[in-house]
Ligand binder design. Structure first.
Ligand code: NDP
Length: 495
């Protein structure tokens, strides 16, 4: 086996792409602005990236419009589009080391997780969606109106699509949106989060290399309030696909009103993870710990509310606390790190505020509960017990390595408690009883339910939210509905 240190790339190597990608060209922002990008493991600035403003967004929209209306992408045979998307998947895999390095620098996650987890997951989206490019079909519909008609539907690309992505899985979530948008024949303006712009720029570069024509994928790093807002308000953007906070999702809806562009939203969560007394308790402990602490808890589907049957409550709480205490938190370039830092100092402040509110409201940290060190934005994996359903840490999305544990007695009581939230993104059930698993799964008000597992994602599995966790679905063939319009053609036959 190769020694881990040999696998780890040099964090100090220069970054190759830091300018905007518009119409296939690498360009500076129109006003010349740049912003600093920080390594969250150290708090140090490691590069500057051009900052898109409204003028750049307008340029990118014009490039995407031109590519959609007059470029080859839409006219290309579905098979050629499919091949280009597959090639992009291959190029992501071929460049996994460099993309992984950049993702770790930007986001902080362990390098091996970025290289061997995020990059292949993103590539899988392009492989999977390349298959759909040749299968976007309409239907022939028999109608009952008097007369003789041939009625059919066509599924057509929506047009110019804005994709706004967050910082927790910068490349993966970009792929969730860009792959289906391109498979359906749309053109795209991708705005990564300002904390993590670099892997999106690499994706844009590799898309050109894969033969995806200039202007089909434009990448415009910038700030939400400026670039994101301009993209969402733009009158020539036909659709916005957004992942991020519920608060920003609401702002997106307001901004989209001008031209009533289509909007899909994948928003926050406060997902319940239920452990029944008949579960394989060791598996439930390990799986539930991974379900919250993975990516330092910065995951929209994180199992952040733990409901444990009273018969096994103490065992589970002790078990998860022991796993949490043993997690190695550290710099993503240290091969022994299992989780990295939070993404930014602002996010550290936000999560620290929740920890404090937990203590203020009388919760007990069985483990963790504090920042680690004073350099970088590390937080100890935390389990709060003695919590009550009305506490802020039980109701609000923390988006950090923090789980709350609640005790229950009856099944109907636990499902009511699990659903007592404005969110509805995901949920977990741990039991050996197949009937109970299916009955509970049916009652969960959430877009995904995991049984005896957690955080399992696949390009073929639709993902999205009930209630305030969003509109529409990512992945699976479901997402193609969100990136296409249905046209009904009604032809009167005969004389
Ligand atoms: P935001 O929702 O604000 O950011 C997500 C994306 O939206 C970023 O690209 C951001 O750009 C952009 N954005 C921000 N404001 C606007 C706007 N007015 N118009 C268009 N785009 C905009 O999340 P935060 O980074 O502020 O994180 C806050 C909280 O949100 C977290 O603590 C967590 O609870 C939740 N969150 C949920 C995520 C999920 O996967 N569901 C992912 C990230 C956060 P920029 O970053 O440049 O401002």
């Amino acid at each position: 086996m190769t020694a881990p240190s040999i696998l780890i790339p040099d964090p100090a190597k220069a970054i190759s792409r830091t300018r905007l990608l518009i119409g296939g060209e690498w360009v500076d922002a129109a006003d010349g602005k740049e912003f600093d990008v920080y390594n969250p493991s150290t708090g140090d600035v490691f590069c500057q990236v051009s900052e898109a403003g409204p003028e750049d967004i307008d340029r990118a929209v014009r490039a995407a419009r031109e590519a959609f209306d007059n470029g080859p992408w839409r006219r290309m045979s579905p098979l050629d589009r499919s091949k280009a998307l597959w090639r992009l998947g291959d190029l992501l895999v071929a460049n996994a080391e460099e993309i992984g390095r950049v993702e770790t620098l930007d986001q902080g996650k362990p390098y091996l997780m970025a290289r061997d987890g995020d990059v292949p997951s993103a590539a899988n989206l392009f492989y999977y969606m390349s298959g759909w490019a040749t299968k976007i079909e309409g239907e022939v519909i028999p109608i009952s109106a008097p007369g003789d008609y041939h009625v059919y539907t066509r599924r057509e690309a929506v047009g110019v699509v804005g994709c706004i992505v967050p910082w927790n899985f910068p490349l993966v979530i970009a792929a969730w949106k860009v792959a289906p948008a391109l498979a359906a024949g749309n053109t795209v303006i991708l705005k990564p989060a300002e904390q993590t712009p670099l892997s999106a720029l690499m994706l844009g570069e590799l898309a050109l290399e894969a033969g995806i024509p200039p202007g089909v994928l434009n990448v415009v790093p910038g700030f939400g309030a400026r670039a994101g807002q301009a993209l969402t308000e733009h009158g020539d953007v036909d659709k916005v696909s957004f992942t991020g906070s519920t608060a920003t999702g609401r702002r997106i809806l307001d901004a989209a009103k001008g031209n009533l562009k289509k909007v899909s939203l994948e928003l926050g969560g406060k997902s319940a993870n239920i452990i029944l007394p008949d579960a394989d308790i060791d598996a439930a402990i390990q799986g539930s710990a991974a379900g919250i602490f993975f990516n330092a808890g910065q995951a929209c589907a994180a199992g952040s509310r733990l409901y444990v049957h009273e018969d096994v409550y103490d065992q589970v709480v002790e078990g998860i606390a022991a796993v949490a205490a043993g997690i190695k938190v550290g710099d993503g370039f240290d091969p022994t790190s299992e989780i990295g830092p939070l993404v930014s100092s602002q996010h550290l402040d936000r999560v620290s505020g929740y920890l404090q509110s937990g203590f203020d409201e009388g919760a007990r940290a069985v483990t963790g509960g504090a920042r680690i060190g004073d350099r970088g934005y590390f937080v100890a994996p935390t389990l709060f017990a003695d919590v009550t359903p009305t506490q802020k840490i039980v109701r609000e999305e923390i988006f950090g390595p923090v789980v709350v544990a609640l005790k229950f007695k009856e099944l109907d009581q636990v499902i009511a408690a699990a659903n007592d939230t404005r969110y509805g993104l995901a949920g977990g059930i741990w039991t050996r009883d197949v009937s109970k698993a299916h009955q509970l799964a049916a009652q969960f008000q959430s877009g995904t339910v995991w049984v005896n597992c957690y955080q399992v994602f696949d390009a073929a599995m639709p993902f999205g939210g009930y209630k305030e966790s969003g509109w529409g679905r990512e992945m699976g063939h479901e997402v193609l509905h969100d990136f296409t319009e249905v046209k009904t053609v009604c032809v009167k036959l005969g004389g």
